[in-house]
Design a binder for this molecule. Structure first.
Ligand SMILES: Nc1ncnc2c1ncn2[C@@H]1O[C@H](COP(=O)(O)OP(=O)(O)OP(=O)(O)O)[C@@H](O)[C@H]1O
Length: 895
């Protein structure tokens, strides 16, 4: 039974097995046939292929043959009985083995079917192994190549990363430079370099300072005040160093600014805030997206708008653990009011620690800071001693004097310091200038009593120098005392080279900076920007106070120097055609640019001086000088080409000059002689009255009108009234309207005059126009905002907004056609300062427009977090607050 079962099982699967066996045998047969063909073919003969007896292919073929024979025998059932012949001759295991073997043979044959395969299989198995090894080697080489490729890929990836980093670095640099290029650190480094070692550290231990720094003080502001020369600036530099060393980090950045009375033009509110913003960003590894966004939006503009800068500062401060801001010499800032307004906005956040230094008794500062902690600064005896000993050692005093004299000197200077650092500094300089010990002792016995005496001593020393040196020193001090703009070394040197009998620039007379400084006997110094300055604010005060005695007719002589320089033959080949030509003249003759910009300032105040008058007439009668002067001025002020083009400058007459500079006597003189028509026009259409009105020269405007000037004439920009409004020259605006200009007439581009006042937020001019009859309602017609109040809020005209509310010319909750309040408008336009002013004036922070949106939602839509915080601080209710009471709403979570 078991035999029968075995048979039946075998027979059952035999059909399938036979079919498989046949397929494998057919495949093998086909391969053998093909191989046979190949071995006979030319391709192998040509290559003279020899099969070794023990080659792999022959061995394999022999094995194949043997197998096939065995198979035949098995299938033929030779020598078996009848019954067993009916049996399927393979067990399952044998069958599987046979099929596998046949497949292997087939594979070998197939491999041999290529020339390369044949060549390989013609070798013995050892050879094949060797070849395989070689191929393995080659494979490894390829693998090596792959590894190199991977390395190359790594390098390329690295390079890509580097390039990306470079791009990011460049972008960061452009953003930072766009924000500010002021080199705030230069003054800091100068002070650091001149500060005596180990002085002033006492301030870091003072309780007021420690409390301020560690936020234990109830106020985030600390005011350090002290008399002139008490050492405030040096102490500020010590504080800055300490904060930078121990606090400066991504989350606690430090920024500072030193105000300087001689540098007003580069210390506008905007310049200072931008410098602060840049410093804070420099301490952060990544530029925050809020800053990048402002750059994307405004990067094409020359500089970052002030309100954006202020907003970003507020925004950054809120994200920091603490921000330390140090401002030295607030009393020296000529733009104090707007600056303080902005910086105190920034310092509303408690994260901001604000430290300022100033002289005492400055009324506006006293009022503003009286509720904040104060720290009195005066020179410390120990610091003075340290400083004096260091100075004496460096001055090699021990070559002349013994220790006893040195000790006596230090003691006397320290005891007589009167709380100042500056006084002993000056006294020491005077003593050290003496040639012998005896004269030093005499000086010490007869010390100047006060700071002013010390200055007077120095001046008399300058006056005792040899004549030309003394003149040079006093002339340099005269320039430095009377200029409102810092003078670069080369400008001052070129100005000092102007002598009476010259008719051209003579470079041989230009003194070097070293000579200038020597002749000023320590009263002047050069800063890191290459500007020559009076060494201390106190010197400026002294020289200004005593100017009449020290520099008789100072401004007149400066006016004459400018006018004489401008008519030099050197410039007779002007006006020039290209910007490069003009710039090259300005570079070769550095005083040209300075004289062209400031001659009028000095001349205006000294027109009646005979020498000035004669120099002025000489200037006016020059066929070239007025054109050259105008060209250089317009270019150096950065005006568009139309203004400095030679043809325009040639049409800019003496009358235009006199009108723009407000030279009343000259205007009268020129008009009386009928030299020019009162309505003389330049190529761009400028008239004398436009020139006078735009610069706010009231009397000159009056005189021109009296001579028949037509204020309705327009240049390419507008008429005299429009120019006076935009420059916020209130008295001139009044004069022009009184003369007959209609404040309700449309301007050149069809807009009403009130709108021009909004262009520059000129609240004074706006008020004057309304008082003189400008009708707000009629000038609102056609305004896309519906009313000037909304336009003012949208444009960020904070002063005009405040004015309109004060005077009742607008209601704080009035609505535009879209149901928006002024608050909505200011928030929608991201005008932070205007928004704050509206909130201070009582604007309803939750007012809703027609679609029931609040100002907070406008801020949210804009992604303006600082604005949202401002509104929330003013009590704004986030949407959903009532519904989800007690839980952060979407709006507050977003902030
Ligand atoms: N630590 C110091 N090391 C060396 N010199 C110092 C130091 N402190 C002050 N001085 C000297 O004293 C002068 C006056 O100091 P500083 O300018 O700091 O005073 P200030 O109080 O800021 O003056 P002002 O209010 O008049 O501007 C400096 O020009 C310097 O020469």
């Amino acid at each position: 039974i078991s035999t029968c079962k075995e048979y039946i099982d075998n027979v059952r699967s035999a059909r399938k097995s036979i079919a498989t066996l046949i397929t494998e045998l057919e495949a093998l047969q086909a391969n053998v046939t093909n191989l046979h063909e190949l071995l006979k073919s030319d391709s192998l003969n040509d290559n003279a292929l020899r099969f070794h007896n023990s080659s792999v292919l022959l061995t394999c073929s022999a094995a194949c043959e043997a197998k096939l024979k065995a198979l035949c025998k098995q299938l033929g059932q030779e020598g078996k009985g009848t019954r067993s012949r009916l049996w399927w001759p393979f067990s399952e295991k044998d069958y599987q083995k046979t099929i596998q073997e046949l497949r292997n043979f087939s594979n070998w044959m197939q491999f041999a079917l290529s020339v390369d395969g044949c060549r390989l299989l013609s070798q013995t198995s050892d050879d094949v192994l060797k070849l395989m090894e070689e191929q393995l080697e080659q494979f490894k080489t390829v693998q090596g190549l792959e590894a190199s490729t991977l390395r190359i890929l790594d390098v390329v990836t690295d390079q890509k990363r580097t390039i990306q980093n470079n791009i990011e670095r460049e972008r960061r640099k452009s953003i930072l430079n766009w924000i500010s290029t002021s080199r705030h650190y230069q003054k800091h480094r100068l002070i650091q370099a001149s500060r005596a070692q180990n002085t002033g550290t006492w301030i870091l231990q003072r309780e007021e300072f420690v409390q301020w720094r560690t936020k234990r003080s109830p106020s985030n502001v600390l005011v350090c005040h002290g008399i002139q020369g008490s050492g405030k600036t040096n102490l500020a530099s010590i504080i800055i160093d300490e904060l930078l060393e121990t606090n400066s980090s991504e989350t606690s950045p430090v920024a500072y600014f030193y105000f300087d009375h001689q540098d007003q033009s580069s210390q506008s509110t905007s310049a200072v805030l931008c410098s602060i913003l840049r410093q804070l960003l420099e301490q952060m590894t990544r530029i925050p997206s809020s800053v990048a966004e402002v750059y994307e939006k405004n990067g094409h503009k020359e500089s970052i708008p002030l309100n954006e800068c202020e907003r970003l500062l507020i925004d950054l401060a809120l994200d920091m653990r603490s921000v330390y801001l140090v401002f030295d010499g607030l009393d020296e800032s000529g733009h104090r009011r707007p600056f303080l307004q902005s910086i105190l906005n920034v310092a509303r956040s408690d994260h901001v620690r604000l430290l300022v230094t100033s002289r005492p008794h400055i009324p506006d500062l006293v009022n503003l800071f009286q509720q904040h902690p104060n720290l009195m600064i005066e020179a410390h005896e120990e610091d003075l001693k340290t400083y004096l000993y260091q100075e004496l050692e460096q001055g090699e005093i021990y070559n002349i004097a013994d220790q006893e004299f040195v000790n006596k000197l230090v003691l006397k200077l320290t005891k007589g310091a009167e709380g100042m650092f500056l006084l002993p500094v000056l006294r020491l300089r005077i003593i050290l200038k003496e040639p012998t010990l005896g004269e030093m002792e005499d000086r010490l016995a007869d010390l100047s009593h006060s700071l002013n005496d010390a200055f007077a001593d120095t001046i008399s020393r300058i006056q005792r120098l040899p004549e030309s040196r003394s003149r040079l020193g006093m002339d340099a001090l005269k320039w430095l005392t009377h200029t409102t703009e810092a003078m670069r070394e080369e400008e001052l040197s070129d100005a000092l080279a102007v002598h009476k009998k010259q008719s051209a620039v003579n470079v041989k007379y230009r003194p070097t900076t070293k000579t200038i400084l020597e002749c000023c006997q320590g009263l002047a110094t050069v800063d890191a920007d290459g500007c020559v300055r009076l060494a201390h604010y106190a010197i400026q005060e002294y020289l200004t106070e005593n100017s009449e005695d020290l520099f008789p007719r100072a401004e007149a002589t400066l006016a004459v120097t400018c006018l004489r320089y401008l008519v030099f033959e050197t410039f007779q080949d002007g006006p020039w055609t290209t910007e490069t030509e003009i710039e090259s003249k300005m570079a070769t003759y550095p005083f040209l640019d300075w004289a062209a910009r400031y001659w009028g300032q000095f001349t205006r105040r000294t027109e009646t001086d005979a020498e000035v008058w004669s120099a002025l007439l000489n200037f006016f009668s020059s066929p070239v000088a007025p054109a050259v002067t105008n060209q250089v001025r317009q270019l150096s002020m950065g005006l568009i080409e139309g203004y400095w083009r030679a043809s325009e400058c040639k049409s800019f007459t003496a009358l235009h000059h006199a009108s723009r500079e407000g030279l009343e006597r000259a205007v009268d003189w020129l008009l009386e002689r009928d030299t020019f028509s009162v309505n003389e026009r330049t190529r761009m259409g400028a008239t004398p009255v436009i020139m006078a009105a735009a610069d706010g020269h009231l009397q000159t405007t009056r005189n021109l009108l009296a001579y028949g000037a037509d204020p309705l004439l327009e240049n390419w920009y507008g008429n005299a009234l429009q120019c006076a409004i935009e420059a916020n020259c209130v008295a001139t605006v009044r004069e022009l309207v009184r003369w007959g200009m209609d404040p309700n007439a449309p301007g050149k581009d069809g807009r009403g005059y009130l709108k021009y006042a909004l262009d520059t937020d000129s609240a004074g001019a706006f008020a004057a126009l309304v008082e003189l009859g400008a009708d707000i309602e009629s000038q609102c017609k056609g305004d896309p905002h519906g009313h000037l109040f909304f336009t003012a809020a949208s444009w960020g005209c904070t002063e005009v907004v405040a004015l309109m509310l004060d005077r009742g010319w607008a209601e704080i909750e009035m609505r535009n056609p879209g149901g928006l309040t002024a608050l909505h408008c200011a928030v929608a336009a991201s005008k932070m300062t205007t928004t704050r002013r509206l909130l201070d004036a009582g604007a309803n922070v939750d007012a809703m427009d027609l679609k029931r949106r609040t100002a907070l939602e406008y801020a949210q839509a804009k992604g303006n977090k600082a604005m949202a915080r401002l509104l929330l601080a003013a009590g704004a209710t986030p949407r959903g607050e009532n519904r989800v009471s007690g839980r952060a709403t979407r709006a507050t979570r977003w902030i």
